[in-house]
Design a protein around this ligand. Sequence first.
Ligand SMILES: [Zn+2]
Length: 112
Amino acid sequence: MNWMLLKLFRIPIFLFLCSFVLLFIAMNGFDGLGHSTLFSGISDLFVKGTALLSIALFSISVLWAVYCGYRLWRWDKGSSEFCHNCGGITEFKDGRYGPYQKCLMCGTNKSI
Ligand SMILES: [Zn+2]
């Protein structure tokens, strides 16, 4: 169950961590460029752009986490697709042989 939750929330967690890395870079990473008069304007632009990108990634990660929570809630109620093998939550993928469902709990595939 915990592994399934980690698989379900892997993308929002990744985006959340990336937003904090970008925020850290925006706060500390461009100090070396700021001392030069030539790069001071560019440095300010990079800091503002990186900070805005960090906020955007954070917002997307929160919205994606809410969507994953909604999928988990629907699966818990029994009103969404579930694995034919173990009953775990599934996600739709498009592979080489066409669309299929992949279980996030046991990893089995089922063609649609
Ligand atoms: Zn399964």
